[in-house]
Write a protein that binds this ligand. Sequence first.
Ligand SMILES: Nc1ncnc2c1ncn2[C@@H]1O[C@H](COP(=O)(O)OP(=O)(O)OP(=O)(O)O)[C@@H](O)[C@H]1O
Length: 288
Amino acid sequence: MENTVELTNVSKNFKGFSVKNMNLQVKQGFVTGFIGANGAGKSTTIKMIMNLLKPDDGEVKVFGLDYKAHEKAIKERIGFVYDGNVFFEGLNLKDIKRIVGPAYKNWDDALFYQYVEQFNLPLNKVIKTFSKGMQMKASLAIALSHHAELIIMDEPTAGLDPIFRRELLDLLQEIMIDSNRTLFFSTHITTDLDRIADYIAFIHNGELVFNKSTIDIAENYALVKGGMDLLDRDTQKAFVHMHSAPTGFEALTDNIKEVKNIFGDSVVIERASLEDIMYYMKGSKCYV
Ligand SMILES: Nc1ncnc2c1ncn2[C@@H]1O[C@H](COP(=O)(O)OP(=O)(O)OP(=O)(O)O)[C@@H](O)[C@H]1O
């Protein structure tokens, strides 16, 4: 099975917002970062992947199975981490383990204690006394202790300090050594993805703009800068979006080769960061 998650023509309509006809494949064995602006539909999509929200249309398959017939089998194999306190605040980790552990066939006590130690988490302190970072680690320890093949995380690094974020990313890298494992997580902090993502899925206004490998993005996307005199309707075709100013233009291309063919050495081509791409693309092919 090549895709761990497969969304086919999935739509969800809220008043004033829709996820529209989404086709998304999450590749098995890789890290996919899910990016998009506030309110773009990341959490809504993740909730549909987790069957916490039912699509109005389309099909969601996880491990090649649908939720109607296989909910329990699917959930057994997923570890879900999201920004917010998942647990009863008044409980400690020992209590939580006692409640959550038996729910999973593959729950591994030894592994749980290993993560608790590795993350420096107290077993006997109630969760409400944990810092945000500790709560995230606790959530992750629980999610990892049943040998989940798919880890889904909704903004796991939100609100964490830079050092802690880095530690978390190192840890995620470590858990990906298991080549069967798939990691799908949403984030606003696109620089987190430079370190660990293999694929980037970009959603804007409820629509999937692209789902591409980071190699593909690095090879094809770039910022192009040059003088206004270089532009005409034909040359602009190489750009996804462009800003112009009296001093010249700055544009995003998804086809560096074509830009080189058209402009040769007369423009400056610079690496486009994910933030640049998000800023420029805003969802559609568009020219100024
Ligand atoms: N249950 C709901 N009922 C109505 N509207 C909803 C519901 N859940 C989400 N929305 C709306 O759907 C839109 C997308 O929300 P969503 O939480 O999926 O975005 P997001 O990309 O995760 O945003 P953020 O990065 O800010 O968390 C928002 O406009 C939100 O108000």
